[in-house]
Design a protein around this ligand. Structure first.
Ligand code: ATP
Ligand code: MG
Length: 326
């Protein structure tokens, strides 16, 4: 449907920070990535590394006191940073949609699910109530809600967690957006349902040609979904490449360590190795490489100088003093 490999979303040198007591603390620093048409780009990293803030920045929905400090976010070449609220409202739910970990908090308890799937169609596509409700039932069917005509009259609390996440996907895809941002969409679900939702997202991506920005801390889930992967650590992208580059030939010691903590079906081990230590908070970030205090390979250079991303191949880059040295 859409031209594959054309950039849909281009993020360049984006930094995000918070203002408190007249001080600006930068949380996400200088990240760049490109999401291509019809592809899935995964942002992966441990808790607190800035994945959700990055996602929210795409929609200009940062929490209070949070702001974009510098950088650029382009949708089909059009700059979103600095765009008016009114123009952003026309983009949210229409060109870019988002689904979250906990659908119950995103769904409105006082409206039926049919009404909630119909709403963006009335708002963005100028549909009549009747036409939007008819389309909503088709969308509920497309996301695998059984008996969608009667289910459309249910309220969110009458559905299971997995069904609610399907409804969220129906709402998000109702206007056939260019981009779906999925922030840990299956973390709250048990593994069987998780696999069903991931398969569903994959099928709908094929059907609608949607590009997906997929956020997760779990390489197991990411390996099922991603074409491209950007690994984040303490607010920075430390390695980026095709899924093959990252999953088969990871170069950054953090990526390798994170992959080693991921259970694999083909290897049975008693205990998975954990990465010692934890992600530093923005205030605790050391000079030099942020990962150095936890890194087995760290040299004295690593604790004084921030490594810059280095190209390893056309698709693959990593920010590590030890990579490419030999
Ligand atoms: N409202 C806020 N005010 C101040 N700092 C914040 C706020 N929200 C997030 N931060 C800071 O930004 C960091 C990154 O947060 P973010 O929610 O993007 O992490 P994440 O990678 O999505 O983590 P998780 O996997 O736990 O969802 C946090 O660790 C915190 O230091
Ligand atoms: Mg998050």
């Amino acid at each position: 449907m859409s031209d594959k490999n054309l950039p849909v979303l281009e993020v360049e040198n984006l930094s995000i920070g918070f203002e408190s007591d007249n001080q600006l603390v930068s949380v996400v620093e200088d990240i760049s990535f490109t999401l291509n048409s019809g592809e899935t780009l995964a942002l992966v990293g441990e808790s607190g590394c800035g994945k959700s803030l990055t996602a929210l920045a795409m929609l200009q929905l940062l929490p209070a006191f949070g702001k974009i400090l510098s950088g650029s976010i382009k949708l089909h070449g059009k700059e979103l940073v600095g765009m008016s609220d009114r123009s952003m409202q026309a983009i949210r739910g229409n060109n870019i949609s988002m689904i979250f970990q906990e659908p119950m908090s995103a769904l409105n308890p006082v409206f039926t699910i049919g009404q909630q799937v119909a709403e963006p169609l009335i708002l963005h596509k100028n549909m009549s109530k009747a036409a939007a409700f008819k389309r909503a039932i088709e969308m509920l069917e497309a996301v695998g809600i059984p008996d969608p005509i009667s289910r459309a009259n249910n309220y969110p609390h009458q559905l299971s967690g997995g069904m609610r996440q399907r409804v969220m996907i129906a709402i998000a895809l109702a206007c056939e957006p260019d981009i779906l941002i999925a922030d840990e969409p299956t973390t709250a679900l048990d593994v069987t349902i998780q696999a069903q939702i991931l398969d569903l997202m994959h099928d709908l991506q094929e059907k609608f040609g949607t590009s997906i920005l997929f956020i997760s801390h779990d390489f197991g889930v990411v390996s099922r979904m991603a074409d491209e992967i950007a690994v984040m650590y303490a607010g920075r992208v430390i390695e980026e490449g095709s899924a093959q580059d990252i999953l088969v030939e990871p170069q950054h010691p953090y990526t390798t360590a994170l992959l080693n903590t991921t259970p694999r079906i083909d290897v049975s081990v008693d205990r998975l190795p954990a990465i010692p230590g934890r992600v530093p908070t923005p205030a605790e970030r050391p000079e030099g490489c942020f990962f150095a205090p936890r890194c087995k390979l760290a040299s004295s250079l690593c604790s004084t100088e921030q490594p810059l991303p280095t190209k390893l191949s056309r698709s693959h880059s990593a920010a590590c003093h030890e990579v490419g040295n030999g």
